[in-house]
Design a protein around this ligand. Structure first.
Ligand SMILES: [Zn+2]
Length: 120
C-alpha cells in the first residue's frame, strides 16, 4: 500500500465508525488518531508522539525511558546513582517531565530537600 492508499483506507474505517487509537507506551494513555496521522505514526511512533506533545523526539524518548525504568532520581551518591523514584512522578506527563528536567527537579524527596530549602 502506498501512503496515500493507507490514508484513504484509514478514512474509510473512520467513516464506517472504526476508532483509531494509539497508546502512549509507558503510561497507557489513549490517543485518538486522525486518518492523516496514521502514516506518520506508522513511520515514526516516537517522533509522532513527540510532535503531538510539543517536544523534541529525544525529550519524548527520555520520558519513555524514565517511566519504563521506575522513574529513578539519578542523583549521584557514594554508591552510584540514586534509584529512589522521583518525588511526585507517578503518571508524569511528557511535558511535565521536560519542564522538571530543564529545572533540575527530577529528584527523589531526599535529594529535592536541599533545593527546596537552600542552605538547609
Ligand atoms: Zn535521590
Amino acid at each position: 500500500m502506498t501512503d496515500q492508499e493507507i490514508v484513504q483506507f484509514a478514512k474509510k474505517l473512520v467513516d464506517a465508525g472504526v476508532q483509531l487509537n494509539a497508546v502512549y507506551e509507558p503510561i497507557g494513555c489513549q490517543f485518538g488518531l486522525r486518518p492523516s496521522d496514521l502514516v506518520p505514526w506508522l513511520k515514526d511512533r516516537d517522533g509522532f508522539f513527540a510532535s503531538e506533545c510539543g517536544l523534541d523526539k529525544p525529550e519524548y524518548v527520555a520520558w519513555k525511558d524514565f517511566m519504563a525504568h521506575g522513574r529513578p532520581c539519578g542523583a549521584q551518591t557514594r554508591s552510584g546513582p540514586c534509584r529512589r523514584p522521583v518525588k511526585g512522578s507517578a503518571g508524569l506527563s511528557p511535558q511535565e517531565f521536560a519542564r522538571r528536567h530543564a529545572e533540575g527537579t527530577l529528584l527523589c524527596s531526599r535529594h529535592l530537600k536541599p533545593l527546596e530549602r537552600p542552605g538547609a
